[in-house]
Design a protein around this ligand. Structure first.
Ligand code: PLP
Length: 358
């Protein structure tokens, strides 16, 4: 069975050595040595100031909203993984959708501005499939209307925009380190900010607001990453160059083999791709279903990332309709891409697509 991705398992001996060290120290979680090492290494690797490791990407988003004290309405994208929106609802905020640009699949700044009301407190854009948003336009709108910006950068590990990390823009950026992501810690995530005060606040939040044996300095929750997860992160980070190179090769092969048959996402010219996803756009939902069935019949399971468009979520009870997002969501397919996907399999996948788009 071939899935859209396959969780990357790094060198086993190295991981075992870390596990041995955890057994020896007896320190399993709570700001352990491996977690501290991973934080420092990730800050250096990504080129960011404060990176706080947390239990998962969804909690990273929730911590960001809380740290910025968001209230009322938040403008976000309907074309994303459900967590971008569900975390807002979970924190008592109202997601308001602006439509996307059908070429970049990212929030359209004109649409953002049209949805601002006196209740709007923030914008939560997503660098979808690692493609940076229209950062300058969003920055301009946020300044003009005094709004906070939280970038959901779950897909954007290792992406640089105009010479620096894409995570250096906005008030806070978040990452997900779930097993299916490009860089992972089994479950995990990170909150990234340049602001010392925000970083301090978030560090308090993730450990119940506890600051010492008998001191609690405010409301907090539990969002800690443990040592076993940090150890996985250290091992995967050691191999990240190989992972990227292999993904790049697969991505480029798809581009060549499918050129003219499907449409590709328009990628920002001032940024690098991390090859985390291989989204292709079919001509119609009917064509997509035909391709999907043909692939499934051969044990190949691409995913419809992201379907449904989030403005269709029942529990939101919204009457918003984002036409571009719904159109893209209805005919986009993410093809298998991960280290270890063989050239033969890939050719089989593209041949099936060529046959079923005829
Ligand atoms: C994966 C993902 C999340 C959630 O991260 P978890 O670590 O799974 O909680 C949030 N936003 C986007 C865009 C994602 O792809």
């Amino acid at each position: 069975m071939i899935n859209v991705t396959k969780a990357y398992l790094p060198n086993k001996a190295k991981y075992k050595a870390y596990i041995d060290s955890i057994y020896e120290s007896g320190w399993l979680t709570n700001n352990g040595d491996l977690l501290k090492e991973l934080e420092v290494r990730l800050q250096a690797h990504l080129g960011v100031k404060h990176l706080i490791l947390v239990a998962n990407g969804s909690l990273a988003l929730q911590l960001a909203y809380k740290a910025l004290d968001l209230k009322g309405e938040v403008i976000t994208t309907p074309f994303s993984f459900v967590a971008t929106t569900s975390t807002l609802v979970w924190e008592g905020l109202k997601p308001v959708f602006a439509d996307i640009n059908p070429r970049s699949f990212n929030l359209d700044p004109v649409q953002i501005e049209q949805h601002i009301t006196p209740h709007t407190s923030a914008i939560v854009p997503v660098h979808v499939f690692c493609n940076p948003c229209d950062i300058e336009a969003i920055q301009h709108i946020a300044q003009k209307h005094n709004l906070k910006v939280v970038y959901d950068g779950a897909h954007a590990f290792g992406v640089n925009y105009k010479g620096q990390s894409v995570f250096n823009y906005g008030d806070i950026s978040i990452l997900s380190f779930h097993a299916t992501k490009l860089f992972h810690t089994i479950e995990g995530g990170a909150v990234i900010t340049n602001d010392d005060e925000l970083a301090k606040k978030i560090r308090l939040f993730i450990n119940f607001g506890i600051t010492g044996p008998i001191t609690i300095e405010g409301l907090g929750t539990n969002a800690k990453m443990n040592e076993f997860e940090a150890a996985m992160g250290l091992c995967v980070l050691d191999e990240i160059e190989t992972i990227s190179a292999q993904r790049k090769h697969i991505w480029q092969t798809y581009q060549t083999q499918l050129e003219g048959l499907v449409e590709f996402q328009a990628l920002h010219s001032h940024a690098n791709n991390n090859y985390g996803y291989m989204p292709v756009l079919l001509k119609s939902e009917a064509q997509l279903l035909k391709v999907q069935i043909a692939l499934n019949d051969n044990g190949i399971f691409p995913r419809r990332y992201y379907y449904p468009s989030l403005d269709m979520l029942d529990y939101l009870q919204t009457d918003q309709v984002c036409a571009n997002s719904r159109d893209i969501a209805s005919r986009i397919l993410c093809l298998p891409i991960y280290p270890g996907l063989t050239k033969e399999k890939q050719t089989e996948i593209t041949n099936i697509i060529i046959e079923s788009t005829k």
